[in-house]
Design a protein. Structure first.
Length: 617
């Protein structure tokens, strides 16, 4: 029998070795520490999921919670709606727990573990929760130590306010952690003058990002389709630098935060507290969930209460700003932020009902073979599909709104302006953009991310190649620093600000190396060849595009090919030209027939909907 030591650095490991037996293995979810221990021949297990998420189970859990919420008589029910979107928030937390339990089962199948030591730090908190709950259900001896691995404690810090803690100070829903944010908001002056005059716009665009070059570029691309024909205004959620970028382009933008009303927020907060108390009582009574003999009921209760205390509290702030804003701002049409899983659209939908505002979505060319589930699809009552075939993979339930089929003019615009041939700057080094994407729960892992980075940055020859390296905007700061420190001295590697828009960087390079992400299609639109590494389970999302652009299952094979091409410029140029032709044909087929009347068909749809009165559903 062996003991498992779950930790994230050498100091913790040293302390654990002083208290454990002679037979042990190490477990960690910190990849750098895993690599460090492997180099010294320690027996260590890397604790990161590497399987596709079980979306049906996650949706089932969210539905259970949603049904309980909807059974309550709430004054602001839309505030508590949970997203079915897995890239963040409560759904991703649940997803990681389910994934981690799978990882733990594999570890127990491989090793005969009879005791677990968990160091309660921020590095391993997700895997720690899974180990603790697994041990709790399986009656396995589990010891929790503080972040220095010196003192034993009764419970993990993330579960201290749950019934897993034998001596909790507070249980259930609690507002204490909101106090600092509450004071900050309530100490502000009401920013908006009471006498602001009424303004009307034909079209509005939600913008809920903060200083994100990618979203800024997407928004500007969208708005250029309409701004010469319609009175357009951006509704920005937050005060940030992006607002000034819009203004510099001559686009009207107003920020919801400028419409915060303290008195209204105080009134809404009382409603929020009443609603939350009602919800938590029902959740306590009715939420049960057991998965493969692991009881997750208490865990789900605690995480849902966290969601009420944090996410819904923030939603209340935006809801208050939105209510004030829509008293004096009227829009005929508003383009939704994402789909109906995005709370930003839900809140603005709720606050603009008195104007009969219609919400629409341009479902642009959907390129990943991933099904979306939208339970409140009818809130977006107009959908403009750019590719009829992709409509079939979306689950819109009993959607009763209008669907139009209009080509994606943004993509057509890029295709029309693509050069007929690719010309390398042969007198200089080959310029490559390496743009891996952020490890996302469900299909991309930290291990895979670092494997792509290190393979390309260490393997490609510095004499022939200059690499522009751009981290994903959402990458963890520690991971970002780790990569930059390791390669900052290599003169052929240039680090691009991760918040910079990627379009400009693509334009400066000869070709792009990336993994499964929208970067593939940004590159193809720019008329640049793309080498895509689709390891792990990512391949399942794009396998239907095999042959349309260069897809590699193995990063080492990709690097070997690039090295071979770099030694023969004629062969490289021929290869890139061939890739460009394939990609160009692919995009033209995907977008469909291009029309010579500009954006007329799209504008006709918009005008028709502006003239038609909204029928509530």
């Amino acid at each position: 029998m062996v003991e498992l030591l779950v930790c994230s650095n050498r100091k913790q490991l040293k302390q654990l070795k002083n208290i454990c037996g002679s037979e042990y293995i190490i477990g960690t979810s910190k990849y750098a520490f895993y690599v460090e221990c492997k180099k010294t021949n320690e027996t260590i297990v890397y604790l990161e999921p590497d399987e596709l998420s079980d979306y049906s189970t996650i949706i089932s859990i969210i539905k259970r919670i949603t049904n309980i919420i909807e059974s309550c008589n709430l004054q602001k029910q839309y505030l508590y709606r949970i997203s079915y979107h897995l890239e963040g928030g409560l759904p991703s937390t649940i997803d990681r727990m389910l994934q981690n339990i799978k990882v733990i089962k594999k570890v127990f199948q491989e090793y005969r573990i009879d005791k677990i030591y968990l160091v309660d730090d921020k590095e391993n908190w997700m895997i720690n929760e899974a180990f603790f709950i697994y041990a709790h259900n399986k009656r396995i001896d589990c010891h929790i130590l503080d972040e220095l691995a010196e003192k034993e404690q009764e419970c993990l810090f993330t579960l201290r306010r749950s019934n897993y803690n034998p001596n909790p100070e507070r249980l259930g829903f609690d507002t204490q952690e909101q106090l600092e944010q509450w004071k900050y908001w309530m100490n502000q002056e009401n920013k908006h003058p009471r006498s602001l005059e009424m303004k009307s716009f034909e079209m509005g665009f939600l913008y809920a990002a903060s200083n994100n070059g990618k979203h800024l570029k997407w928004a500007l691309d969208d708005i250029q389709l309409y701004q010469n024909e319609f009175n357009v205004g951006i509704i920005s959620f937050y005060n940030n630098e992006d607002n000034e970028h819009f203004r510099q382009k001559g686009i009207s933008v107003e920020c919801l935060e400028d419409y915060f009303d303290k008195e209204l927020f105080e009134k809404n907060y009382k409603i929020y507290l009443e609603d939350c108390q009602y919800i938590t009582n029902r959740i306590d009574e009715n939420l049960y969930f057991i998965l493969d003999d692991i009881d997750l009921s208490e865990y789900l209760n605690r995480k849902f209460f966290n969601y009420l205390e944090r996410t819904c509290f923030h939603k209340l702030y935006i809801d208050t700003c939105s209510h004030t804003f829509f008293k004096i701002r009227k829009y005929c049409l508003i383009e939704a932020w994402g789909n109906t899983n995005f709370w930003q659209s839900n809140i603005l939908y709720a606050n603009s009902r008195h104007w009969n505002t219609k919400f629409f979505r341009r479902d642009i060319v959907e390129v990943f073979d991933a099904k979306e589930y939208e339970p409140y699809a009818n809130e977006i009552c107009i959908r403009i599909w750019c590719n009829k075939k992709m409509n079939a993979i979306w689950d819109l339930g009993n959607y009763t709104g209008k669907i139009y089929s209009v080509p994606d003019y943004n993509w057509r615009h890029y295709i029309r302006n693509v050069r007929e041939s690719i010309k390398l700057s042969l007198e200089n080094k080959i310029k490559i953009l390496l743009a891996p994407t952020c490890p996302l729960i469900g299909f991309s892992t930290v291990k895979n991310y670092l494997n792509i980075c290190t393979s390309v940055l260490e393997t490609l020859p510095s004499e022939q190649v200059t690499i522009f390296f751009k981290n994903h905007p959402n990458i963890d700061k520690e991971l970002e620093d780790e990569i930059e420190q390791k390669y900052s001295t290599k003169k052929n590697i240039l680090f691009v600000n991760k918040m910079q828009g990627i379009w400009e960087v693509i334009q400066t390079c000869d070709f792009v190396i990336t993994d499964v992400s929208t970067v593939i299609f940004d590159t193809i639109k720019a008329g640049k060849p793309v080498f895509c590494i689709a390891g792990c389970q990512d391949y399942e999302f794009i396998r239907h595009h095999e042959g349309n652009f260069k897809i590699y299952r193995d990063i080492d094979k990709l690097c070997k090919d690039v090295i071979a091409f770099s030694k023969d410029r004629y062969r490289l140029e021929k290869q890139l030209q061939s890739m460009f032709c394939n990609q160009d044909t692919f995009i033209k087929n995907l977008v469909g027939k291009t029309m010579e009347d500009g954006y007329k068909a799209l504008h006709d749809v918009i005008r028709e909907e502006m003239d038609n009165k909204l029928i509530y559903i």
